[in-house]
Structures are given as C-alpha cells and as structure tokens.
Design a protein around this ligand. Structure first.
Ligand SMILES: [Zn+2]
Length: 330
C-alpha cells in the first residue's frame, strides 16, 4: 500500500474544472454494459443487437427477432387482436389496464408474438416472447396464443420454434396466470403426441413460471450466451438465504454444463442453426400424420363423449354404491 500523503489542492481542482471534460457518449440502450462500446442504431440492427466488440447480447423485440429468423422473408402474425381482460380488477401502484395501455403505447401488443414464418427455407410456427411488454410476463393471452400455436402446428403438420424471455407469471392476473403453466404444458404434450418437433431458445432472462413450464420442455433447447435461466433470480435467493451466489449462477453456460440446455448459440448463428435442425426433423410434405396423432384425436373424441355421459354415469355409480352399502349393512 502506498504511504504517500493525500494532498488536495483547491487551485488545481478549480483549474481542472475550467478545462472541459472530454464529451462522453450518452449511456443509453446502445452502450455496451460489458465493454462500454457505443453503437449506432443501424450498426446494432445489422449485428442483430450483439456487441461486435465483445459479443454481449442486447435485448431484442419479438418482431425484430422474427425478421432476424426469417432473414427478411415475409411472415404472417397470428392472433394479434387477443387482449387480456382484468377479471381481478387488480391495482398495485396503478391499475392493470393502465399498465397494459402503457406497454402497448411502447410498441408491442402482448408479451408473446406468434407468426407463421420460414426459417432457413423451412415453414414453421414461431412464438417469440417480448420482455419489453410487462417483463415478458405470462398471462392469459400468452397461454392462449401458445396453445393456439400448438393447435396450428398439429393442423398444418408444422414444427414449433419458441424464444422465451420472461420474468415469470403475470402477478396482475393472479391464479389465472398460474393456470397458464398447466395450459402450455398440455399444449406441448399435443405436439409430442403429434410427433412434431419443438425447438426452444432461452434468452435473457428466462425465469419463474415460464422456465418451470413450457420453456424447459423443448425437444431441442438452445440458450443465448450469458442468459439467466433459473426459477428464482440470484437477488431473490441471496435475500432469502443470506448467502452470496457465484456470478455464474443460472447462466446459460452453467446450465449447459449441468445438462439443462443442448447448446449455447450466438444470436447471429441462430437462424442457420434452427434452419438446419428443422431440415433434419421436419416431416416430408404430404406424409400422413403419425399413428400417434390419429390415436390422440380418437382419444380426445372418446374423452368428450365420456364427459357428455358423465352426469348419467355418476347417477348410476352413486345408485350402485348405495345398493352395495345396503347389502353390506345386512
Ligand atoms: Zn461490448
């Protein structure tokens, strides 16, 4: 340690103040938090919002990601008209409808955008989460859109590509948001029964109810470098356990070494990688649905018929139970 005394010269400080400090570029969403390099909007767009100097991945909107994946080919958005209602009339610092209105004014219509899109020349349905819309939280609209996306895949014999970015379930919708965990898992089950591939890409951050439901159920699971993938974020765990977590906790690279993801892929390589996997897994056009699909549909029909006869059935069961009780009593 240096033993030099610290001297403060007021004159020197005043002189320093006279000379203007070198102009710093404003720290905005285009300044890299890792290496401080500043990029123009155009440079950021061309490099898919990845820092060309250090490889840091900036957040990207759902529609921009669709453009990146399709390589500029046209895509068609599905069900953009779906909007959440406010059945709980939830108010925290402000009413839920006001929050939704503000998020919509910023440019997105929900935290999930679904589209039919070609990736690497292969048609698929893509469901892309948008963290800028209420933290990518999963509410009734996210669940409904994802379920419809799976239905569309089964109808059209298409694979599903999902990009997740979410803080978890949307607290303003309470238990209705939590129900979307089960709904999306059942929808993914339909894809599984139909033998159609699901590719999931986990981007920063994928946490809470989204990671605990459909995000962890892909047939092929990729993650972007440095993405936080965890049920609870490190800050919450540290506050609860009062223990310091290592900086690599929950990061994509750690999840890769733990076997939770298949690979960590740079965003600039994602379209080519997904296209390649779709090419390997897609079913040739004109091929009949797999026997499992026919069985699943027949099973659903039987279940519906059973549900229709349920009141009658329950009456019969109740009367039978009562009769056997009578016999037992004798
Ligand atoms: Zn950088």
């Amino acid at each position: 340690m240096s033993k030099r005394p610290i001297t403060v010269s007021v004159d020197r400080l005043l002189r320093k103040r006279d000379t203007p400090a070198p102009r710093k570029l404003p720290a905005d969403e285009r300044s890299c938090p890792k290496c401080q390099t500043h990029w123009t909007s155009d440079e950021m767009r061309r490099n898919m919002r990845v820092c060309a100097a250090c490889g840091h991945h900036f957040p990207a909107g759902a529609r921009e990601r669709l453009d990146q994946l399709s390589g500029g080919a046209p895509w068609v958005e599905l069900w953009p008209e779906l909007r959440a209602s406010d059945p709980l009339q939830f108010v925290d610092l402000e009413p839920y409808p006001d929050r939704v209105e503000k998020a919509e004014a910023a440019g997105s219509n929900e935290a999930l955008v679904v589209a039919e899109i070609p990736i690497g020349g292969h048609d698929c349905v893509a469901a892309i989460m948008d963290f800028s819309f209420l933290g990518g939280s999963m509410g009734s609209v996210v669940g409904e859109k994802l379920a419809r996306a799976c239905d569309r895949c089964v109808e059209r014999n298409l694979p599903l590509v999902v990009i997740t970015a979410s803080g978890g379930a949307r607290m303003q919708e309470g238990v209705i948001a939590l129900m979307q965990m089960a709904k999306t898992v059942v929808a993914f089950d339909l894809m599984h029964d139909a033998e159609l591939p699901v590719i999931v890409v986990l981007v920063h951050p994928t946490t809470g109810g989204v990671w605990a439901s459909f995000a962890s159920l892909g047939d092929v699971t990729y993650a972007e470098p440095g993405a936080l993938i965890a049920f609870s974020g490190p800050r919450v765990i540290e506050q609860t356990t009062r223990e310091k977590l290592p900086p690599e906790f929950g990061r994509a690279e750690t999840q890769l070494s733990n076997g939770q993801v298949d690979d960590v892929v740079d965003r600039r390589e994602l379209p080519a990688r997904i296209g390649k996997v779709l090419g390997i897994l897609e079913r040739p056009s004109g091929m009949a649905p797999a026997p499992a699909v026919t069985m699943a549909r027949a099973g659903a029909e039987r279940a519906a018929n059973a549900a229709r006869t349920l009141p009658d059935l329950s009456r019969r069961v109740v009367s039978k139970v009562l009769r056997s009780d009578d016999k037992g009593g004798r």
